[in-house]
Design a protein. Structure first.
Length: 449
């Protein structure tokens, strides 16, 4: 056992980890990375099919990002935006974000992470309605199995039962409707009918709670951590219709989908959604430094900027200069490489074609994707879509086989998910799919023995 593994078990408490189980086994030590590959301490080169945690969109070796951080750290390593100060990287990034985000969104509130974005929107929408003289509009509607981060607001807005069961959450005045997960919950119903039904739960919930009590609805365009759940085509137009009809704000959590993942700058454009507030993090810096931001539509920004009370909210690292400088470099590099166009026109369609081949495997009931994010559903019986029973953790087993076959994929229950760096080439997509097939073969061999 290497000293890293020993000291890791002795001192490091990992996120989302059963500490006891991990310590019995020891962590995998990742020591360096290049392009779309990570290397472990034994020198194994592994294709990172998850882009770290959905964030390393430009891969691990982007020199402009490294240079931007280095130069900014020399010039002004830290200053804040509190007490009427600002600095060039924050101003430059705000301006650039107004350019690349959807029309009509021209203001940003910086945070250090996606979770902090969701804490921010929860407080911001309530402050917005109070400023308009409607302090009773407090309730935020979210969805079961949503992921909005790990802070108290993130967990409360989120819809993951196992998270909500721990640590004294959820916060009050947050309610949930069902998710548009057709494969898992559609029971053979037509996908678009199912999508409409799930969207209309929003209307039912608004009527149940009372329009005068509801502040906002929050959702990921495609649920990421929940298992790459791509809603039926009917879903988002109906959600948009309902949000427009009733006086509630639409918050779109673009933390995963933003910055090119679905083949547009934002998935709000892919699904033709018009968000009032948009949460961004992860791909905003390709993960090189931590940063998040809440993008605010003009009519909301006007209420906030016209209000005579202070918005008593902010973080020490809201608009950290080095993180902002990296985000500016990241956006400019995305523009220089024309990467969004490449995902939409070339690598996204090619990934869809190769990834869908996995559905031919005996364990795979469905393979789906959008842009460069995808999932496969592992089942015991393809004719009925019956899942493996709970004692047989086929997802985790498949994930281990993926690692050992030289590709990182993640397991959400029995759903395997994939979200590679956006710079991945067609040849590398071939390699990713070949390795995934190999891992599926190894998993099948386990299942059969
Ligand atoms: C990762 C994620 C978050 C939380 O972001 P952190 O930076 O981990 O706090 C929030 N929303 C979505 C959709 C995410 O995928």
């Amino acid at each position: 056992m290497s000293k890293w593994i020993e000291q890791d078990s002795a001192h490091c408490l990992h996120p989302f980890t059963n500490f006891k189980a991990l310590n019995a086994k020891g962590s995998r030590v990742i020591t360096k990375a290049e392009g779309i590959y990570i290397f472990d301490e034994d020198g194994h080169k592994i294709l990172d099919g998850m882009a770290g945690l959905w964030c390393v969109n430009l891969g691990y070796s982007s020199q402009p990002l490294i240079d931007a951080a280095t130069e900014q750290l020399k010039e002004l390593p830290y200053y804040n935006l509190f007490f009427q100060t600002t600095h060039p990287p924050a101003v430059e990034l705000s301006t650039l974000l107004a350019e690349v985000t959807p029309e009509g969104m021209n203001h940003v509130f910086f945070t250090g992470s996606g979770s902090e974005c969701n804490d921010t929107v929860l407080r911001m929408v309530r402050h917005y309605w109070s400023s308009l003289g409607k302090p009773d509009k407090q309730v935020v509607i979210s969805r079961n199995n949503a992921y909005h981060g790990s802070t108290m607001a993130g967990v409360s807005l989120g819809g993951m039962g196992f998270m909500r069961a721990q640590g004294g959450s959820p916060l009050p005045n947050i309610v949930h409707i069902d998710q548009p997960y057709h494969f898992g919950e559609g029971n053979g119903q037509d996908a678009n009918e199912f999508g409409l039904e799930r969207a209309r739960q929003l209307e039912q919930k608004i009527l149940e709670v009372g329009e005068d009590k509801v502040a906002a609805f929050i959702a990921e365009p495609i649920q990421g951590a929940g298992g790459v759940i791509i809603p039926p085509e009917s879903y988002w137009p109906e959600i948009q219709r309902i949000c427009d009809k009733y006086e509630i704000l639409l918050i779109v959590d673009e933390v995963i989908c933003g910055f090119g993942r679905t083949g547009e700058w934002f998935a709000s454009q892919t699904f033709n959604i018009k968000p009032d507030l948009m949460c961004m993090a992860k791909g905003i810096t390709s993960g090189y430094l931590p940063l998040g931001g809440v993008m605010v539509r003009d009519h909301v920004a006007k209420v906030l900027t016209d209000a005579d009370t202070e918005f008593a909210h902010g973080f020490t690292y809201s608009g950290h200069p080095a993180a902002c400088a990296v985000a500016v470099a990241n956006i400019k590099e995305m523009q220089r490489l024309n990467i969004v166009n490449q995902v939409r026109e070339v690598t996204g369609p090619y990934f869809a074609k190769r990834w869908s081949e996995l559905a031919a495997h005996p364990l795979v009931a469905q393979a789906r994707s959008k842009g460069l994010v995808g999932a496969i559903e592992l089942v015991k019986d393809k004719s009925t879509n019956e899942r493996f029973n709970k004692e047989w953790d086929v997802g985790t087993q498949c994930r281990e086989h993926c690692f050992n076959s030289g590709v990182v994929l993640r397991a959400v229950g029995d759903t395997m998910i994939c979200s590679p760096p956006l710079i991945i080439s067609k040849e590398e997509i071939d390699l990713l799919v070949e390795r995934a097939k190999l891992a599926l073969e190894k998993t099948l061999a386990d299942v059969q023995s």
